[in-house]
Write a protein that binds this ligand. Structure first.
Ligand code: ATR
Length: 279
């Protein structure tokens, strides 16, 4: 019998996950299908009950349900629990187990251009849900320090206090971070600043970077934000948000099927959906 997989969120129409996962099911000859379901916030509990009753193989969870889904699951792994958000659910013999593959997806994607975080000085821009997943994941990798800069500095402070993994961290305003920018080996932009249609906006106005700095932006539309463009002009190695998206999907697929999928094929597939070329 065909197995069902899904993504739930609201909005969901533009999700690129169905095409990406259905292509993988086809090439690995798995008798399964992956469907998007728009689930309104008030219907989340019923939706999870329904997916459970239908014997769903597994599903992804996206905005606005990543936090609120936790009480409806049977188990949540340690990292997802710490982050307080689940983006991937596995149905293990009737038990719904929640994971967060956003942070690990970022880290795995990063490895191709930045092999180890250990001993490195990192700056995260932003203090929302994406920043939280990335910060907690990187904090486990023995960095030298991870500082957070955010428009609302108190939110950066709260994030640092909430992190269960010991790491050296300071919270900075965007203006302060600009003055310290040459200290960092890795800079990760997690805010929505610079996302289409506001392409020209950027969070920091730096005029120089340390030699060999790597700069990531989790935005993938546009493929090269003004921020990444600027970082590249100042000599940085850059990475856009495609890798994080692809690897969060690859890690979810592996949890569901035991197969580590072809990420290059996934990347091409996502780029085709975006109608763009690689960064
Ligand atoms: P996500 O879950 O995608 O990370 P979020 O939780 O809404 O989204 O967080 C958005 C982040 O982008 C926050 O860090 C936010 O800053 P504030 O905490 O000060 O709100 C940041 N952000 C969004 N728009 C911004 C803007 N125009 N200028 C500066 N920061 C912005």
């Amino acid at each position: 019998m065909k197995k069902l997989f899904a993504v739930i969120g609201d909005p969901i129409a533009h999700s690129m996950s169905p095409v990406m996962h259905n292509d993988l099911f086809a090439i690995y000859q798995i008798n399964a299908t992956y469907l998007p379901f728009r689930v309104k916030a008030d219907d989340l509990e019923d939706a999870v009950k329904g997916l459970r009753a239908l014997g769903i193989g597994g599903f992804n969870v996206t905005v606005p349900h990543k936090q609120r889904i936790i009480p409806y699951l049977d188990e949540v792994d340690e990292l997802a629990q710490a982050i307080g958000a689940v983006n991937t659910v596995v149905n293990a013999n009737g038990k719904l187990i929640g994971y967060n593959t956003d942070g690990p997806g970022f880290l795995t994607g990063l490895a191709s251009i930045f092999p180890t975080v250990e001993g490195k000085k990192i700056l995260i821009i932003g203090a929302g849900g994406a920043a939280r997943a990335i910060y907690f994941t990187l904090a486990k990798e023995k960095p030298c320090a991870i500082d957070i800069t955010n428009r609302t500095v108190d939110k950066a402070k709260d994030l640092i206090e909430a992190c269960p993994y010991t790491t050296k961290s300071n919270a900075y305003s965007l203006i302060e971070a600009d003055t310290l920018i040459r200290e960092y080996d890795l800079i990760v932009q997690t805010t929505s600043i610079g996302m289409a249609p506001h392409d020209v906006e950027q969070p920091l106005k730096f005029t120089a970077l340390k030699d060999g700095t790597t700069v990531c932006d989790i935005i993938y539309n546009p493929l090269k934000t003004t921020f990444l463009e600027r970082a590249q002009t100042h000599g940085a190695t850059i990475q856009n948000g495609i890798d994080m998206f692809v690897y969060q999907g690859a890690l979810a697929f592996e949890k569901w099927t035991g197969i580590a999928p072809d990420v290059n094929r996934m990347r091409e597939n996502v780029l085709k959906q975006l109608g763009g070329t690689t960064c």
